[in-house]
Design a protein around this ligand. Structure first.
Ligand code: ATP
Ligand code: MG
Length: 358
């Protein structure tokens, strides 16, 4: 690793292999990741351990989606020459830090986390979710802090998790590194803290609505347009977008309208977009007309991504992805192990040194 990479501030963010990536991921987080690759030392994590919190019986699917997500990343422009792709299960420091951090968070603080509550409702987990499900929120603190990241590009649903992560970092620094609680967040490390206090970086559209017109677009909710969808699928899904409008002559409402959110996000002709808004709110244009144009804009946006993705299909593509994941995870382990050593030393757990090879 060159000195310039090592001296850059770090980014950590990632995705859970519960399916393929969708348009919500692009506007919420991927776009920022691609943009910031030169400015930051970037670590992008496939949260394959966390996938088991809702898919413990679907090991084959988790394995498949782990590779699919890596393919999605490379297709949108995450560059394996500039960024590091990390397999969560193969970074033991993350699991270890999760344990220590779990002790710094009150149980009820985790269970009151609004993102967890929303997920339990949206994914219909009722009261039968596993013990490990809420634990993923603590684990996510470890994902970020294992890399001592300063910036976390995420969608709005993750804000509550990042806030919890900031609390964990502050508590750790105060309890084990003696950082004065009045210290400014930005000065935590300069004052002896192991962990920087990370900030969330929200995307251009921080909560893209799903095609159901109601929930956030989500891999697990059957309301997503995937980055790998073909032209026909995009058209079919766009036609089904729920706007709640009764008739084509009703004055259309733009606010919280999934269709117009997609139009704003993906139409490059801003004059045409403005025209559509005017016609729609005046009741002079139907949903169907807007849907056709929006599907076209999404398809134009996704065409080059699909093309790049085609280069990773088949067993050869899988082998190339695995090779990248292994090589990158190995170098990510060096950083995470260094963090674990620092954290354990602060916790008076420096009984010896270990090296891991992967
Ligand atoms: P799942 O249904 O399994 O929870 P997901 O679609 O919510 O999947 P995650 O892997 O949980 O995806 O999220 C990955 C990243 O993408 C997070 O930073 C999250 O905030 C962002 N993200 C996910 N969905 C959206 C969305 N609809 N709009 C904006 N950002 C999103
Ligand atoms: Mg999610």
């Amino acid at each position: 690793m060159t000195a310039s990479i090592a001296s850059r501030a770090r980014i950590l963010t990632g995705d859970t292999p519960t399916g393929r990536l969708h348009l919500g991921h692009w506007v919420g987080s991927l776009e920022n990741r691609v943009r910031l690759q030169d400015q930051y030392d970037c670590y992008f994590l496939i949260a394959n351990m966390h996938a088991y919190t809702t898919r413990a019986e679907k090991a084959v699917d988790v394995r498949r989606d782990t590779l699919e997500i890596a393919k999605d990343w490379l297709s949108v422009g995450i560059d394996p020459e500039r960024s590091t792709l990390v397999l969560q299960t193969e970074i033991p420091a993350i699991a270890e830090l999760s344990w220590y951090f779990a002790m710094l968070l009150p149980f009820n603080r985790v269970m009151r986390n609004p993102t967890l509550k929303a997920e339990i409702e949206a994914k219909d987990l009722g009261d039968h979710y596993s013990f490990g499900f809420p634990l993923y929120a603590v684990g996510q603190c470890a994902d970020i802090l294992a890399f001592r990241a300063e910036l976390v590009p995420v969608g709005e649903d993750q804000k509550a998790h990042i806030e919890m992560c900031r609390e964990v970092a502050r508590s750790f620094n105060r309890i084990y590194s003696g950082v004065d609680p009045t210290t400014k967040d930005d000065d935590a490390v300069a004052n002896g803290g192991v962990f920087p206090i990370p900030s969330a970086l929200l995307g251009r559209i921080s909560r893209l609505i799903g095609t159901d017109g109601k929930h956030k677009m989500s891999k697990s909710l059957d309301n997503a347009i995937f980055l790998s969808d073909d032209t026909a699928t995009i058209l079919k899904k766009t036609k089904k977008v729920v706007t709640g409008r009764q008739s084509a002559t009703d004055p259309g409402v733009i606010e919280n309208n999934a269709l117009f959110q997609y139009a704003r996000a993906f139409m490059t002709d801003t004059a045409r977009y403005a025209e559509l808004e005017t016609l729609y709110t005046a009741g002079q244009i139907g949903d169907g007309d807007v849907k056709k144009e929006v599907a076209g804009a999404i398809d134009t946006f996704l065409a080059p991504i699909r093309e790049r993705r085609a280069g990773f299909e088949g067993t050869q593509g899988d082998a190339r992805i695995l090779e990248i994941l292994r090589e990158h995870t190995s170098r990510a382990n060096a950083v995470a192990e260094e963090t674990l050593r620092m954290a354990k030393a602060a916790m008076k757990l420096d009984y010896g040194a270990r090296t891991i090879s992967f």
